[in-house]
Design a protein around this ligand. Structure first.
Ligand code: 2IT
Length: 445
């Protein structure tokens, strides 16, 4: 296929949807060989069908704030592809949310979910609602109003939302409560539920733990170890927390976290109660990391900066899309970075990925490295279907196996003639083949 011509057409149809177009281009660039080897995909219009969501629901969410004023937000659910299972993917509540962002996330989710080996299709949703500074009551009223629209479209065998940025245990609780009331059923329609009402053990830890399990495999493949490695992490939310916890457990030293206000450098290492403190920072609902320095003297706060100028062995973006650009990559490389693991979705810009590949520094893409979160969501669905709960050890062990298998799939499809492992290509090809072959089997629908 002619990639430039294809992308020009897609851009003409969806002008200005930059993140979506970026995500599509990144995947299609990896598929050149596979598409050449499998002409049946072109005949069946697989790519044309894959890049457009099956359907998109957009709706208005009106709710009343604590001052009695009516607020209006936008709500969305993008049902992208259900070739291998019900639509599955998180809900993001953040002021930056728009259709381009949810389409990029939904598109990535198709391949990520395919890589988990579990039967889940790809979807994503959310709202431009800003949870920052909102009271619990406001979050509840918003979540209930959001679900009043969304519930018609979702179901345990149709579409199973979960959390993402701005949607954690509290929000899932309010959303689930309203879904249950409307649908009159108690099923696994959302994942990330509380442990007392159908949630899975290890789901809060899963994205970060899975990311570190993946990095551990990457170390082994390069005859290296996490032990003694210095790591920079961005973000301070659920993903950063889980990654820090497991990285420290495996003997690495985490020296940074960050927020929209800047980054923290803690030379002594972020471990123990400092990792617990990340939960407090998040619960404060202020979306800032600066207070860390008051709590832990000896650490430094760098306002308005990202942590990529710090000299480390491993960089783990754990915050949001395009948070590590070409300049950041140049700084990391100049400081001798050895491995990159993207635990955020599309955390690196195309320029950054290109720079890492050029320098032959292994770069694990988000759809592989962060797949542990949705994988344990899939395990939550399995447990809900069985009406049974696995122990933390059982879930953790399954997560570990899944991440090891994803790493192996990246090696299988991404190893180049000179031995360099192009993880981005490996993940895209492995994720794509399963979905494309499933679409071939199921006819034109
Ligand atoms: O980006 C992601 O994979 C998630 N936010 C988790 C999705 C899920 O369904 O658990």
């Amino acid at each position: 296929m002619n990639l430039e011509k294809f992308m020009n057409n897609l851009e003409a149809k969806h002008p200005g949807e930059l993140e979506y177009l970026q995500a599509v281009r990144e995947v299609l660039e990896s598929l050149e060989d596979v598409l050449a080897e499998n002409p049946q995909f072109a005949t069946a219009g697989i790519i044309e069908r894959l890049v457009e969501p099956d359907r998109i629901l957009t709706f208005k969410v009106a709710w009343v704030d604590d001052n009695g004023r009516v607020q209006v937000n936008l709500g969305y659910r993008v049902q992208f592809n259900n070739a291998i299972g019900p639509y599955k993917g998180g809900l993001r509540f953040h002021p930056s949310v728009n259709l381009s962002i949810l389409k990029f996330l939904g598109f990535e989710q198709i391949f990520k979910n395919s890589l988990t080996t579990l039967p889940m299709g790809g979807g994503k949703g959310g709202s431009d609602f800003d949870p920052k500074g909102k009271s619990d009551a406001e979050v509840m009223r918003f979540a209930q109003a959001f679900m009043l629209e969304l519930w018609r479209l979702i179901g345990p065998e149709t579409d199973v939302p979960a959390g993402d940025i701005g949607v954690g245990g509290r929000e899932i609780g309010f959303l689930y409560g309203m879904y249950k009331k409307l649908a009159r059923e108690n099923t696994g329609v959302l994942t990330g539920k509380g442990g007392n009402w159908g949630g899975s053990l290890i789901r809060p830890e899963a994205t970060g733990f899975g990311g570190i399990y993946f990095m551990n495999e990457m170390m082994k493949a390069h005859k290296d170890t996490l032990k003694g490695k210095t790591i920079s992490i961005s973000g301070f939310g659920n993903v950063a927390w889980g990654a820090a916890l497991k990285a420290v457990e495996l003997g690495a030293k985490v020296v940074t976290i960050s927020g929209p206000d800047g980054y923290i450098y803690d030379e002594a290492g972020i471990s123990g109660d400092k990792i617990d403190y990340m939960l407090e920072l998040r619960a404060s609902n202020n979306d800032i990391v600066a207070p860390y320095t008051k709590e832990f003297p000896g650490s430094k706060f760098f306002p308005g900066e990202r942590p990529w100028g710090v000299k480390v062995d491993i960089a783990l973006p754990c915050a949001t899309q395009n948070e590590l650009n070409g300049d950041d990559a140049a700084k990391l490389l100049a400081n001798g970075v050895k491995y990159i693991g993207e635990i955020s979705n599309m955390g690196c810009t195309p320029e950054a990925i290109h720079a890492f590949h050029k320098a032959k520094v292994p770069y694990g893409p988000g759809k592989a490295v962060n797949a542990g979160g949705v994988a344990v969501s899939g395990l939550e669905m399995s447990q809900n279907s069985m009406k049974f709960n696995w122990s933390a050890e059982e879930v953790d062990q399954k997560l570990h196996t899944i991440m090891t298998n994803i790493h192996a799939a990246c090696i299988k499809h991404g190893t180049e003639a000179n031995g360099f492992i192009n993880y981005a290509k490996g993940a895209n090809v492995a994720g794509f083949l399963k979905v494309a072959n499933s679409m071939m089997d199921q006819g034109i629908i």
